[in-house]
Design a protein around this ligand. Structure first.
Ligand SMILES: NC(=O)c1ccc[n+]([C@@H]2O[C@H](COP(=O)([O-])OP(=O)(O)OC[C@H]3O[C@@H](n4cnc5c(N)ncnc54)[C@H](OP(=O)(O)O)[C@@H]3O)[C@@H](O)[C@H]2O)c1
Length: 280
């Protein structure tokens, strides 16, 4: 696939009111995108992102939308087309986590995770797809997580939503390639954003600075790598050496992976996230 040149192109980004999405908006602008359309629910925070994008010399389009609504994702795409005259990349970054032991969650918690982290991406995908098919080209970027490849305890709802996204991503990549549409799956490790602060949990007391304590990466670092991978039309980007190692080794031995998950990762992580029982 020939490279994706950002000049004059319209990039739509969900989850742009905070963290990685905000850093992506700034990075796409910095690297020469023609238009950046930024979306989230919190309009005040979106305005703050807009100020940062303006410093890079372009006027962003701000659009408040909830990814759990198919109608709002269609409206976002229509806004991008009306205000900028095009749509070239759909970066679906919005997401959050519900953490906790399965016995303390209920089916509704899993449904809510799926609504944002899986169906939220699907809504963005189906809103943009007709335009990509019509123009014979397009870029999808789906934000996943290292635990969307290698599950961890206390993460069953989040893992379920991100594993569903991995299956969808890997299945459609080859289909989309037939239409010259690239699908990039992004799998970050810990990143220093508001993500930890926004974790919902019935039984964990997650410190806001967990990613910093674990020497997480900065959203700016992640954004730089993602924009580069998007322009090179890569299919997958997995962050951190240790996550890559774990993901590659896990299929080799079920028993070794289970031992590490149950005896090392769960007690250690349980302590870090203040879970009574698994660690804390
Ligand atoms: N930070 C990490 O350690 C980490 C690690 C692995 C993967 N990730 C993934 O990276 C992505 C970005 O996370 P982040 O670290 O940037 O977290 P963040 O700072 O908490 O930002 C999350 C973004 O998602 C948006 N969002 C959440 N629910 C939404 C909804 N229903 N509709 C529209 N927007 C919604 C939020 O905007 P509003 O509140 O304004 O709607 C916000 O802009 C997520 O998909 C996350 O799963 C993060």
């Amino acid at each position: 696939m020939a490279a994706f040149d950002l000049e004059g192109k319209t990039i739509v980004i969900t989850g742009a009111s905070s963290g990685i999405g905000r850093a992506l908006a700034v990075e796409f602008a910095d690297k020469g995108a023609g238009h950046v359309v930024i979306s989230g629910r919190n309009t005040g925070a979106l305005d703050e992102t807009a100020q940062l994008v303006k410093q890079k010399g372009i006027e962003p389009v701000c659009f408040a939308a909830d990814v759990t609504s198919q109608d709002e994702m269609h409206a976002l795409v229509n806004e991008a087309l009306e205000k900028t005259g095009g749509l070239h990349a759909m970066v679906l970054c919005a997401g959050y986590e519900i953490m906790g032991a399965a016995e303390n969650l209920d089916v509704d918690a899993y449904r809510r995770q799926m609504e944002t982290n899986f169906f939220g991406v699907l809504h963005g995908f189906y809103a943009a797809l007709p335009h990509f098919l019509e123009q014979g080209r397009g870029e999808f970027v789906f934000f996943n997580s290292a635990v969307g490849k290698l599950a961890a305890g206390l993460n069953s709802a989040y893992c379920a939503s991100k594993f569903a996204l991995t299956g969808f991503t890997d299945s459609i990549r080859c289909e989309m390639a037939l239409h010259n549409i690239n699908v990039l799956g992004v799998y970050p490790g810990f990143v220093k954003t508001n993500f930890q602060k926004n974790i919902e949990s019935p039984d964990c007391n997650v410190p806001d600075d967990l990613a910093r304590k674990l020497m997480g990466q900065t959203p700016e670092h992640v954004a730089k790598k993602v924009v580069k991978a998007c322009c090179k039309r890569k299919g997958e980007l997995i962050f951190t050496f240790s996550a890559n190692l774990g993901i590659r080794l896990a299929p080799l031995s079920f028993y070794m992976t289970e031992f590490a998950r149950a005896k090392i990762a769960l007690p250690y992580f349980g302590t870090l996230v203040g879970h009574k029982g698994a660690g804390g």
